[in-house]
Design a protein around this ligand. Structure first.
Ligand code: CA
Length: 477
């Protein structure tokens, strides 16, 4: 009988795939993160179902969509008694722990459950001398958060007696805003040296007003706290925008460097312990991030840079290395996948599709035809991103901005008229040409509207009351 694997899930916060060299980054190198893909698989089309910190974490843990686990926005704390892949592992005899960023609420009912050991950052957490909350209360730990979280995880693994398999979540604050690098680590990112993304000057010409309302512009919405130093005097608007981009990226990439170091330390320790072959080691981020793409920072939108999650995993005992998975998977799928790899039953409430059989070359079901997305935190006070849902296939993306917070905590009270966007990702990979109103795409849009409606119903979500039932479904009725 094969030994049940240990599980290490390193999850970072806001680490875009296009800042990982295994994904073709032109802005940095991440050799230790890349190594996981060389030892195993890199996922080319892994998507967040709600591109926001707390909701993605809740979906990863519970294997459910936001409307099921209840964590729709940043201020809808989790009911931590829900079954998670970790509580399932624990019930099956695994030792379980989480260290780092939780960010799904605090206090009774919201603190981590299902872990025998947990030490988590308070709320968003701090980079330097962070406060850590555990069952014993709050303490301040001197040092740099990325390193502290890594140390706690490795020390916990080393402290375990016996041969029981274990699962540890190493959930970093980095590289989340306000992007504070480790003061003790030399940086290789000289400000001014980072190439500008192709869409930095996106003029939003064919986008909806919903997208244009977002307050996430590098040029206008980075704060003094984000930038940390005052810009030189006398710059033009464009020069200032580029200066801010360079300033932001130097710090962001330095935070990523520390994460790469951390991943290297974990891989090295697993090797030293003789555990690497029998460990399901995952590296991922809770969603993507705009790195100046479309002139923005932050996430929230269903556009590619925000939607795509980096995901690399290795388990040398069972999986060959150097492989790439092209099929569509989402963060909701991970719980079932991890449990199947560990030969532990999923909880029946878990949604999604396990892709473990695909990695073994024995797919149990056809790959997903498309994925359903929903961003709920409408028009929040800082980012002003619009509520929307959408459907992405391998080639196309349909988005319905319904522009209504529905009274949820964290949303703005204003509503706006509904609007549509449609992108042909083959013809227009940078999503610069919205073809929702283009007659050449009329039939395709009608088909995708029907598909989206069905995908939404399939996961148990409901359309906004303002959306008409798709015409194609009316014809079938
Ligand atoms: Ca995040």
């Amino acid at each position: 009988m094969t030994r049940r694997p240990n599980v290490v899930l390193v999850l970072t916060d806001d680490h875009a795939a296009h800042a990982i060299s295994a994904y073709g980054s032109v802005v940095n190198r991440t050799p230790r993160i890349d190594e996981i893909g060389e030892l195993g698989w890199r996922f080319e089309s892994c998507f967040a179902t709600n591109s926001l910190c707390s909701p993605s974490r809740a979906s990863i843990l519970t294997g459910t969509y936001s409307h099921v686990n209840g964590v729709t926005t940043l201020v809808t704390p989790i009911d931590a008694s829900q079954p998670t892949f970790v509580s399932q592992l624990r019930a099956a005899g695994y030792r379980t722990a989480i260290f780092g960023k939780w960010h799904m609420g605090e206090g009774p009912g919201h603190d981590p459950e299902g872990f025998e050991e947990w030490q988590v950052l308070l709320d968003q957490g701090e980079y330097v001398d962070p406060q850590l909350l555990s069952a014993d209360g709050v303490r301040v730990v001197p040092g740099y958060a990325t390193e502290i979280i890594t140390d706690l995880a490795l020390d916990w693994v080393d402290s375990l007696p016996g041969d029981d398999p274990w699962c540890v979540l190493v959930w970093h604050k980095a590289p989340h805003r306000p992007w504070i690098p480790d003061p003790a680590r030399p940086t290789s990112h000289a400000a001014g040296s980072v190439p500008l993304p192709a869409t930095f000057d996106d003029d939003y010409a064919t986008r909806t007003s919903s997208a244009r309302r977002a307050a996430m512009r590098i040029a206008e919405h980075l704060t003094a706290e984000d930038l940390k130093v005052d810009p030189p005097a006398g710059l033009t608007y464009d020069e200032l925008a580029q200066w801010k981009y360079q300033r932001f990226m130097a710090d962001y990439l330095a935070c990523v460097d520390s994460v790469d170091d951390s991943v290297g330390r974990i891989t090295d320790r697993l090797r030293e312990r003789g555990d690497l072959d029998d460990t399901l080691l995952l590296y991922a981020s809770d969603q993507g991030f705009f790195l100046g793409d479309h002139g923005w920072f932050d996430k929230r939108f269903m556009y590619e840079e925000s939607l795509r999650m980096p995901l690399l995993l290795s388990y040398p005992r069972r999986l060959q290395g150097g492989r790439v998975f092209d099929g569509i998977v989402t963060n909701v799928d991970w719980a079932r996948t991890i449990l199947e790899a560990c030969e532990v039953e999923p909880h029946p409430r878990m949604q999604g599709r396990s892709f473990w059989p695909d990695l073994l070359g024995e797919p149990a079901q056809p790959p997903a035809e498309g994925m359903y997305y929903r961003y709920w935190e409408h028009d929040d006070v800082f980012h002003k991103a619009p509520a929307h849902y959408g459907y992405r296939t391998e080639r196309h993306k349909l988005v319905y901005f319904y522009n209504d917070g529905l009274g949820l905590p964290g949303t703005g009270e204003w509503t706006y008229p509904a609007e549509w966007e449609l992108y042909d990702l083959l013809e227009d990979p940078h999503e610069l040409r919205n073809v929702a109103e283009d007659p050449a795409y009329r039939e395709l849009r009608a088909r995708l509207e029907a598909k989206m409606w069905q995908a939404q119903a399939c996961v148990g979500d409901a359309p906004h009351p303002g959306q008409p039932r798709p015409a194609l479904l009316e014809e079938d009725a």
